[in-house]
Design a protein around this ligand. Structure first.
Ligand code: MTE
Length: 315
């Protein structure tokens, strides 16, 4: 299963100012754009443009990544259906340009911001992270993005901001799965502010050196590597800073099965299955099952965030 990340020829790489740019770039600092709804993007780049980034070995695991083919057609994105193949089949209806993100709540800088402006000047990094789904399968993926903390700091959260809530686009015309009642739409996730500001928490715009495919949550998604995959919300259109713990989509749908914290914990089983081991997607059948690690192997970096908490109760 495990091979090298596909190489991209330098000639294929689109410079950052082009792949997320509009024909007319808006001048001015992010702060000055608060409350401004900015005009539409024209000339959207091809979905699979190569990205410019630098590798960040400090935050990468040494395990070799999956092959892109292992994961390209195996997704959870209920907005396009509940099985693993539907997102890659149907997510082409998602329009990722123009894209804007609304920032609300306990922050000094609020408003609606175009994706290009949010990404302007942002250095992209590649980080190879383990990713573990609550359904007991796992992947190793080279994500391309930047620390969420860099973005959140630009909005100047107030001292009342104890949590951050993220919301996915709601548009049943583009996301046909939203016509079903499987979840209470739109999909919402949340983090405690210290979890959101942790250097491992990544705002992701690409994988395998390229712009995110729609099925992986284009154009902007979260990756929180020490938590079950459902915390890693896709296609984000809203960020809200709040004093109270947000109601999240899975916690509302089945509170006894999906807690707010959702830290990967082999000692706390899902009520319907064990979390003690996981199946590595793409691995040969006999080698595929491996023990699950506390915090998905990131305990040294994040366990201190939960000191004194009973993680059986706050599962
Ligand atoms: N985000 C949205 N908006 N809708 C979803 O259904 N599924 C979550 C998470 N983010 C989901 C979502 C779950 S359960 C998992 S395991 C991961 O996305 C899967 O990410 P991947 O398809 O890129 O592997």
């Amino acid at each position: 299963m495990l091979t090298r990340v596909p190489r991209i020829a330098p000639s294929e790489i689109t410079p950052p100012e082009v792949y997320f740019s509009r024909r007319t770039l808006l001048a001015g600092a992010l702060a000055s754009m608060a409350s401004a709804s900015l005009p539409a993007v024209e000339g959207a780049p091809p979905a699979q443009s190569a990205l410019g980034y630098r590798r960040n070995p400090q935050y990468s695991v040494s395990e070799p990544p999956n092959r892109l083919e292992d994961i390209a057609g195996y997704n959870n994105f209920y907005e396009f259906g509940t099985d693993k193949e539907s997102p890659s089949r149907y997510a082409h209806t998602l329009r990722t340009r123009p894209w804007s993100v609304t920032v609300q709540g306990e922050a000094e800088v609020r408003g609606s911001f175009n994706l290009e402006d949010l990404l302007k000047g942002q250095a992209l990094e590649e980080r190879i992270y383990r990713f573990r789904c609550v359904e007991a399968w796992s992947l190793v993926v080279p994500w391309v993005g930047f620390p969420l903390s860099d973005l959140l700091a630009r909005f100047k959260p107030t001292s009342n901001a104890k949590y951050v809530e993220f919301t996915t686009l709601y548009d049943p015309a583009q996301m046909p799965g939203q016509r079903s009642g499987v979840l209470n739409w739109p999909y919402v996730e949340g983090l405690r502010i210290d979890e959101a500001m942790h250097p491992l928490t990544l705002m992701v715009v690409g994988l395998y050196g390229r712009v995110l495919p729609n099925q992986d949550g284009a154009p902007l998604r979260l990756i929180v590597p020490w938590k079950y995959g459902f915390k890693s919300i896709k296609s984000i259109v809203q960020i809200r800073f709040s004093a109270r713990q947000p109601n999240t989509a899975w916690n509302v749908a089945a509170p006894q099965e999906y807690g707010f914290y959702a830290n990967v914990n082999p000692q706390v089983d899902h009520p319907r299955w064990s979390q003690a081991s996981e199946r590595r997607i793409g691995a040969p059948f006999l080698a595929a099952r491996q023990p699950t690690l506390p915090f998905n192997g990131y305990a040294a970096q994040v366990a201190s965030l939960y000191q004194g908490m009973d993680l059986r109760r706050y599962f």
